[in-house]
Design a binder for this molecule. Structure first.
Ligand SMILES: [Zn+2]
Length: 169
């Protein structure tokens, strides 16, 4: 797809905020939340589970998730895997390896579902949804169901436990 350089520059340049190398954007919900400026997004229950150089991991918003559903998000404003630097790809791989193992043990899930659409907010964020063996719904039908909202205390406890396992791994 061809993008006019002028248009691209005028759309991007004035909205970049924060210090290098994060290149946050003032019109992005996730960038504003990371900078502590978002009003729409509450802080993650239990705090960040992982604070990497390039990525953060937090519990998913309570209304939208069962306890144990977590979100991995880039610190830098980027859309998807194709825009990551080698350092970002390497750190993401390393975080996912430890996080998936910790999530499975902590939640008793036999699968971890991955979901990254970036339709509502064009900033890389990957949902990790633990799925237990029991239950009739599977696959996309499971993801599309209305989740039982997580309680704040359950989300905090599970976040603590995941953090503890990752730090030991
Ligand atoms: Zn952003």
């Amino acid at each position: 797809m061809f993008i006019y350089p002028e248009k691209r520059r005028s759309r991007k340049h004035p909205t970049e905020t924060g210090s290098s190398p994060y290149y946050h954007r003032s019109d992005c919900l996730i960038c504003r939340k990371q900078d502590g400026q978002g009003h729409e997004e509450a802080p993650p229950p239990g705090g960040y589970i992982v604070e990497g150089k390039q990525f953060l991991v937090e519990h998913a918003p309570l209304k939208l998730s069962n306890a144990g559903t977590v979100i991995v998000e880039s610190r830098r404003h980027l859309l998807d895997f194709g825009e990551m630097t080698s350092a970002e790809s390497a750190e993401l791989g390393s975080i996912l390896k430890r996080l998936v193992a910790a999530l499975k043990i902590t939640t008793g899930a036999h699968r971890i579902y991955f979901l990254a659409l970036m339709e509502r907010v064009p900033h890389f964020h990957l949902w990790l949804v633990p799925k237990k063996k029991q239950g009739s719904l599977r696959g996309v039908a499971y993801l599309a169901r209305r989740p039982v909202p997580a309680s704040s205390s359950a989300a905090e406890a599970i976040s603590r436990e995941i953090r503890r396992r990752i730090e030991r791994s």
